[in-house]
Design a protein around this ligand. Structure first.
Ligand SMILES: C[S@@+](CC[C@H](N)C(=O)[O-])C[C@H]1O[C@@H](n2cnc3c(N)ncnc32)[C@H](O)[C@@H]1O
Length: 352
């Protein structure tokens, strides 16, 4: 962090610095890896370095962290070296590190200490002095009003209402026994705030932390992605034909099959616009990410749909699936320009 900017200009809480990470109020655990797996790689991280550790312990995630395609969505922002950027829910730094390479002052916040230790190693190896890492709960940390030019929420908003620790594979495949499911069903629903209310409250906080002319970059799945109708699993619970069900029915199915309430709400384009409006964003541009927002190959605006290339949707190891995807996407997006069924939204939202 350079002399012009100090952490206290952006964060009102008192944080404690240990081994390159600032610590605030703890949140839940969220990772693709179990805590045990995380602990074993962290021990070797300083000797092996970030990439060799990744290749030894979790090579299946190399693409998710290092693919240049990850920045395809964020590249639609007008990024300037004089920006202050908050990557909220930064995890392993797939976007945080490339954002720091723009020369901007970047702050990455995540609740999972283990993910930040990996990112801290990358920061040290790559000499990214302009990157600050904070381990804290985004819902609890006090962000100073009007302090960021850009705030990035990439695959994070849908996790904000979560009330359990998440180890992704286990979270999306867990099958409670019939007895446990019935017990969960009979229990009174917990007195949590509705997921939408929590998301609005959180987005209001984000709006407050942005400068008046600041931009929120929000990337999230479309609840009505065409592929959900064709049997693709909903990624936050791993259940097919789930995403487009009414929320009451989602809860029932999730309680039965996963033993928990479903809180990872995603939206239609209209639903997302209304959510953002309720949070104080009056100027909202929605872009469409293909084949999704994780590795976007195509990011189109409404008018850009005529440039749709079905190849971007056709990724699949199976040739038959690939062909089906190509035909479906060509028809749905190439011919009918059905934006309402796009896989993901990439939103630039402003207060004015
Ligand atoms: C799906 S990952 C997205 C990671 C990253 N933005 C990317 O695109 O690679 C969600 C991340 O959000 C973080 N997260 C979710 N809720 C959070 C909260 N309340 N406070 C801090 N981090 C949170 C999780 O720990 C996790 O690392």
């Amino acid at each position: 962090m350079n002399t012009q900017t100090s952490l206290t200009d952006m964060i009102a809480d008192s944080l404690e610095l240990r081994d390159g990470i600032w610590y605030g109020e703890k949140g839940l655990y969220w990772s693709n890896l179990s805590r045990e797996d995380n602990q074993s790689y962290i021990r070797e991280l300083p000797q092996l370095g970030a990439k060799a550790t990744l290749r030894k312990y979790f090579p299946q995630h190399e693409e998710v962290i290092f693919s240049p395609k990850r920045m395809g969505g964020v590249a639609t922002l007008d990024l300037r070296p004089e920006d202050r950027i908050l990557d909220a829910g930064c995890m392993w730094g797939a976007l945080t590190v490339p954002l720091a390479y723009t020369g901007a002052q970047v702050v990455g916040i995540d609740q999972t200490e283990e993910s930040l230790k990996f990112l801290a190693q990358r920061k040290a190896e790559e000499g990214l002095e302009n990157l600050t890492l904070i381990n804290a709960d985004l819902k609890k940390i006090a962000l100073r009003a009007g302090s960021f030019d850009k705030i990035v929420l990439n695959g994070v908003l849908e996790w904000i209402p979560e009330v359990e620790n998440v180890e992704v594979n286990q979270f999306t495949t867990r099958r409670p026994g019939l007895w446990e499911s019935l017990r969960r069903l009979r229990q009174r629903p917990p007195g949590h705030q509705s997921p939408r209310e929590e998301q609005v409250r959180f987005l209001k906080k984000i709006a407050g932390a942005l400068k008046d002319d600041g931009v929120l970059y929000l990337a999230i799945e479309n609840r009505y992605d065409i592929y959900y109708f064709l049997g693709q699993k909903e990624p936050h619970c791993g259940i097919r034909f789930f995403s487009f069900l009414p929320h009451g029915l989602q809860n029932l199915v999730s309680l039965l099959l996963r033993g928990r309430e479903f809180r990872n709400w995603t939206y239609s384009e209209g639903g997302l616009r209304s959510l953002l409006r309720d949070a104080g964003f009056t100027n909202v541009d929605v872009l469409y990410g293909f084949p999704g927002y994780h590795f976007p190959e195509l990011v189109l605006q409404k008018e850009g749909m005529r440039f749709f290339r079905s190849a971007a949707m056709a990724q699949s190891p199976s040739r038959i699936k690939k062909a089906v995807k190509k035909i479906v996407s060509h028809t749905v997006f190439g011919i009918f320009k059905a934006r309402a069924l796009a896989p993901a939204f990439i939103v630039h939202a402003r207060k004015i």
